[in-house]
Design a protein around this ligand. Structure first.
Ligand code: SIN
Ligand code: FE
Length: 302
């Protein structure tokens, strides 16, 4: 078969009966899970609660964002905690809860894809306390609109964005998502709306400190795909092309959010861990957005 033939739309999710964050998966299950993940499925772990004792839950409940941002964020590499209104003496305990989740998420990911280890960078951990439904957001930040992840200040230069979530809501509230079509279809629909980058703009943004590192052509395209999808009302309203996914408390899930168009419609109290992966670490690097976009545009993008 032609390696570039359009793949059949993958199943939007694969449920896995895993009940431990750290145990290795049986080899056949591991291979199936990694294959699904790289082909754009959401891996769902319906039996994978992130257990919090009463003291830990109280910390999260009191951690509420300080209003300057929508989430509490933690950097497991530096220990820096941001966005919490907690008094300084309680912050180390909150950091410890977030670090425990960061470690659990990493163990789970490496159980699914052990080969990623040398190509993986663990980025931020977030706690997302606020109810999504009804929250007013400017369109570009509105994650109830289907999008692929791309962040203006954080160029990845082709590295993947992979996220692990768990719903820890104590009141039974599910987190409600929709996911869209395979990445190549998504990219084909919006590529013609990506303008040429202004000459020198990447250097200027970097020089001004507006981007962490220099924006590659890949980052430029991904940002514009993100924006083009979010501002296209007809695309957003075409729900027949979307799959609904509900994640009740006690459920974890993982997904390449740079590849899978996704929207979060409702829910509160989730923990999330972001990873970056060099496509070289994938079993199928040709499925990475970088390689797909290079094929569609006919040029090197990093
Ligand atoms: C997003 O990445 O668009 C938001 C996901 C979530 O918070 O559930
Ligand atoms: Fe997103």
């Amino acid at each position: 078969m032609d390696a570039h033939a359009v793949a059949r739309p993958p199943s939007p999710m694969l449920a896995l009966p895993v009940a431990s964050w750290t145990d290795p998966l049986a080899p056949a299950l591991q291979a199936e899970a990694q294959e699904a993940l790289e082909s754009g499925s959401v891996l769902v772990f319906p039996r994978l609660a992130f257990a919090l004792d009463a003291a830990e839950w109280q910390l999260l409940a009191a951690a509420e964002s300080d209003g300057s941002r929508k989430n509490v964020s933690y950097d497991p590499a530096t220990g820096v905690l941001k966005g919490t209104a907690l008094p300084p003496d309680r912050r180390p305990a909150l950091a410890a809860v977030m670090r425990r989740f960061a470690d659990s998420a990493q163990a789970l990911l490496l159980a699914v894809a052990p080969g990623y280890a040398p190509h993986l960078e663990r980025a931020r951990t977030s706690f997302r306390p606020t109810e999504i439904a009804g929250r007013a957001m400017p369109w570009r930040k509105d994650d109830t609109r289907l999008h692929v992840d791309a962040f203006p200040s954080r160029p990845t230069r082709g590295r993947r964005i992979l996220r692990v979530f768990v719903n820890v809501d104590p009141d039974g509230t599910p987190r409600r998502w929709a996911v869209g079509e395979p990445f190549e279809e998504f990219a084909r629909a919006f590529l013609s709306r990506v303008p040429r980058p202004l000459p020198g703009s990447a250097a200027v943004l970097h020089w001004l400190g507006l981007t962490k590192g220099r924006r590659s052509r890949y980052d430029h395209i991904m940002l514009h795909l993100h924006d083009a999808a979010k501002r296209d009302a007809a695309y957003q309203g075409d729900t027949a092309r979307q799959h609904r996914l509900d994640f009740p408390p006690g459920t974890a899930w993982m997904v390449f959010t740079d590849q899978v168009p996704h929207a979060a419609h409702a829910g509160r109290n989730a923990l999330e861990q972001t990873f970056h992966l060099d496509p070289a670490g994938m079993a199928h690097p040709e499925r990475s957005p970088l390689r797909v976009l290079e094929r569609l545009t006919g040029r090197a993008l990093t």
